[in-house]
Design a protein around this ligand. Structure first.
Ligand code: LRH
Ligand code: MN
Ligand code: MN
Length: 388
């Protein structure tokens, strides 16, 4: 049996980071449906993140995206976060929205464009210095659309060169986390398409470089928990970008499409020490809320990650190991399914009450009056992220 006190302690200690861009307006390639009361600037995005943290108690970190969240004084933004009870999490770079990046950023054939892209990454490290952020999160839209368009190996060389320049700029307690994505916006080759490519670059760079697993960035049917287990074993799992997908990079609420997959991922995390803060795995959400209310959707996503984590922590590891070493296929599978099929909502309600919170974060948010307050206070919200 899992030790209940230890399970509760792990659940109250878990930290789930929310993305600034999840609070603003967003959309698809076809349409942005603006919502009333969305933040007009990064300060208001932090206020919304603080509302999520107030309701859940486990979301004190907020990822920023540069330039979407660029402000004249990042120290002031960090102080504002602190005054709201939250902190700045990962700094996400953006080398995909500038006209110069039509055929690439750090992998572009023109050294001047590569210089510009690398300078942006270095600027992101300056933002980390000013905000106290630990992680630089890199995702590159680089790739090619047509066979022969560019030299595959040449592009890897250029990528490695930019990464090593940025790596050398990191402070003692700063890290670089490199995200991969199967395809899109490039369709023929992608320069960091999979965990193996990210892992190979991170391994060469050194201990401060780790892989980000964005759950939406794989081919259908990919066994993501295998990747997670492998990276944890190698000490190279830096972070998650949690979201749910039905088709490609849908960025829907974590755990919405396949809560069983989220459980299987978190089982590998829990079993292999990934919940221990010493391991340094950041549990981030990377989602947008195009048609649903944003703050409640983020609260729901945090709760979904917590529920999957609780189920993972309930796996009877002694029984699992005994069944595995006895070659008891059905018995081992049953141990996992027993944990997955447990209703953990009462356990999480207890954990929240012990943390001095409402057992029901969504009800607490509704009762707080925050939704009405932002509707009244904010007129003309900004477009979050995509397209801004
Ligand atoms: C790319 C991505 C990456 C970006 C974010 C907005 O698809 O997952 O993490 O920075 O979306
Ligand atoms: Mn992502
Ligand atoms: Mn994505």
């Amino acid at each position: 049996m899992a030790d209940l006190a230890a399970v509760k302690a792990a659940l109250s200690a878990q930290r789930i980071e929310t993305p600034s861009w999840g609070y603003g307006n967003s959309g698809t390639r076809f349409r942005v449906f603006p919502q009333q009361g969305v933040p007009r600037d990064p300060f208001e995005k932090l206020a919304d993140a603080a509302a999520v943290h107030a309701a859940t108690g486990v979301a004190p970190l907020v990822s920023l995206h540069i330039p979407w969240d660029r402000v004249p004084d990042f120290g002031k933004l960090a102080a504002h976060a602190e005054s709201l009870g939250v902190r700045i999490g990962a700094i996400n770079s953006n080398t995909f929205q500038d006209e110069d990046y039509r055929i690439g950023s750090v992998c572009h054939p023109d050294p001047a464009v590569r210089r510009k892209a690398t300078d942006h990454l270095l600027e992101c490290v300056d933002v980390m210095d000013a905000t106290g952020s630990r992680d630089l999160k890199l995702w590159f839209a680089d790739g090619t659309n047509y066979p022969g368009q560019d030299d595959i190996v040449g592009r890897q060389d250029r990528l490695a060169e930019a990464l090593s320049e940025v790596y050398a700029r990191l402070g003692e307690h700063q890290r670089m986390v490199l995200e991969y994505k199967l395809f899109e916006p490039a369709f023929y080759t992608t320069d960091v398409p999979d965990w193996g490519t990210s892992y190979a670059h991170c391994l060469k760079l050194g201990p401060k470089a780790k892989v980000v697993v964005d759950t939406g960035h794989h081919a259908p049917g990919t066994n993501i928990e295998f990747i997670v287990a492998f990276l944890l074993r190698e000490g190279k799992l830096g972070a998650f970008d949690f979201n749910s997908r039905f088709y490609a990079d849908d960025d829907l609420m974590a755990g919405a499409a396949d809560p069983f997959q989220l459980f299987r991922i978190l089982h590998e995390v829990a079993k292999n020490g990934g919940l221990d803060p010493a391991h340094g795995v950041a549990f981030m959400l990377d989602q947008c809320h195009n048609i649903e209310a944003k703050i409640p959707a983020i609260i729901r996503s945090v709760m979904n990650v917590q529920e999957a984590t609780a189920k993972a922590l309930l796996v009877d590891l002694d029984a699992l190991r005994a069944a595995q070493s006895a070659g008891d296929v059905l018995g081992a599978n049953a141990v996992l399914m027993d944990a997955y099929n447990t209703d953990v909502r009462p356990l999480l309600a207890e954990v929240r009450e012990e943390m001095g919170l409402s057992p029901d974060p969504l009800a607490a948010y509704r009762a707080s009056g925050y939704a009405d307050q932002i509707l009244a206070d904010r007129v003309g919200g900004t477009q979050a992220g995509w397209g801004a």
